[in-house]
Design a protein around this ligand. Structure first.
Ligand code: ATP
Ligand code: MG
Length: 380
């Protein structure tokens, strides 16, 4: 008999058909990557994954944040005989003194002499005989005793919810426009949780945005790295572009033209490094530049899909996620952002594409983009 950690992956992975093996392999690799400094043994029994280690707490803390893991349970492994199962089920209930219970059995080992319903009944009856203080409640039990019958049997009551999503790195890649604000780190997290590999770009308007603003974005990158393993940050100088726009374009069009440059730069980097898409932290209607018309006009310069996972979320809900993923405290540090430095008094909220294209035509667009990319810094 020994205690193990049962690692259950998201049911979506079961639905991957012929690709399921690839998803499973990636997930196993990602688990191994977060456990490099801990001693453990990975055990498989008929499609179930278990981790055996002296350092259970530490492992649970790490593994529950691996994208693709749905649930973690602490199980007792025993010989697959009815007697052993009954004894252990009783112990499990006594460890978690609930007044009502039910037994739920999953029998993958079809060689076992009873079906799952029969096992549940016999185990339930045994518990009732040996513990007078409890009763069965199949609909709303305080405690569910789970019995898994494979080559061995595994008994558990305690279940820990994990992060869910899909294995990181299985669903292409995206260039996240990462500002120092609350929204973009959350947008990046949401994409990563769906298995999309992240790369990040920050537009830095030195000396109008300080070194501390840049450090804040680096800190946010470090927090996101806790979830993704690796994450490269590209810091692209943005001052010259902003100065040119201010000098040569209409004041009320500054924001939208600036946003189109951000998009062009993200696409240029994506092209350079073979990244499939772009992600931003925009949410419809949140600020003057995030109107439907604004988003349409900035998307016009993109040659690849632009994802905005927060598009339909309220700020309050975005803040909740940011607290949960631990980026909030860093995001609210009060350093200026390039978007907030040169804000027109009355920005156009319904920009028209042909007008914007005309206004921009006075700028050396390709030259500005190329120069900014040439002068960027890369933090791996
Ligand atoms: P955030 O909280 O993410 O800063 P926001 O509500 O402040 O977003 P905007 O400033 O309009 O909104 O920015 C919208 C999106 O544009 C951001 O979510 C981010 O993806 C991108 N962005 C804005 N400023 C920068 C920047 N300096 N560098 C990189 N991306 C940026
Ligand atoms: Mg911002």
């Amino acid at each position: 008999m020994r205690k193990l950690i049962l690692v259950k992956y998201a049911p979506e992975i079961f639905l991957k058909g012929l690709n399921r093996g690839k998803f499973e392999k990636k997930l196993k690799d990602n688990i191994k990557n977060v456990l490099t400094d801990i001693e453990y043994e990975f055990v498989e029994d008929s499609g179930r994954w278990f981790i055996c280690s002296q350092h259970m707490e530490k492992i649970i803390e790490k593994v529950k944040n691996v994208f693709g893991i749905m649930e973690i349970c602490i199980v007792t492994e025993i010989e697959a005989t009815l007697e052993e199962i009954q004894k252990q089920a009783l112990i499990e209930l006594e460890e978690d003194p609930a007044k009502t219970f039910k037994v739920q059995t999953n029998r993958a080992n079809k060689g076992f002499s009873m079906n799952s319903l029969e096992v549940s009944r016999k185990v339930g009856a045994y518990i009732l005989q040996n513990n007078e203080g409890v009763s069965v409640d199949v609909h709303n039990p305080k405690c569910t005793i789970n019995v898994e019958i494979r080559n061995k049997a595994y008994i558990y009551a305690k279940r820990i919810k994990a992060v869910g999503g899909l294995p990181y790195g299985m669903n292409g890649s995206t260039m996240l426009m990462l500002s120092g604000g609350i929204d973009s780190p959350v947008a990046g997290y949401m994409m990563a949780r769906r298995g999309v590999e992240l790369h990040a770009v920050y537009y830095h308007s030195h000396p109008y945005t300080s070194e501390r603003a840049k450090d804040k974005v680096k800190q946010l990158t470090d927090i996101l790295k806790e979830y993704t393993g690796k994450l490269t940050l590209y810091v692209v100088p943005f001052t010259e572009i902003q100065m040119q726009i201010i000098e040569k374009c209409r004041e009320d069009e500054l924001t939208i033209i600036m946003r189109r440059f951000m998009m062009r730069l993200a696409c240029a980097l994506a092209e350079k490094y073979g990244i499939n898409s772009v992600t931003t932290g925009e949410s419809i209607g949140q600020v003057a530049s995030q109107t439907m018309e604004g988003l349409v006009v900035s998307d016009d310069v993109s040659d690849r899909p632009v994802f905005r996972p927060l598009v339909a979320m309220d700020k309050i809900d975005i803040m909740d996620v940011s607290r949960k993923i631990a980026t909030y405290e860093t995001s609210i540090l009060p350093y200026e952002d390039c978007c907030t430095i040169f804000v027109p008094k009355h920005p156009k909220t319904k920009p028209r594409l042909i007008e914007i294209i005309k206004s921009e035509s006075v700028l050396d667009i390709d030259g500005l983009v190329e120069k900014a990319i040439c002068e960027m810094e890369i933090y791996k």
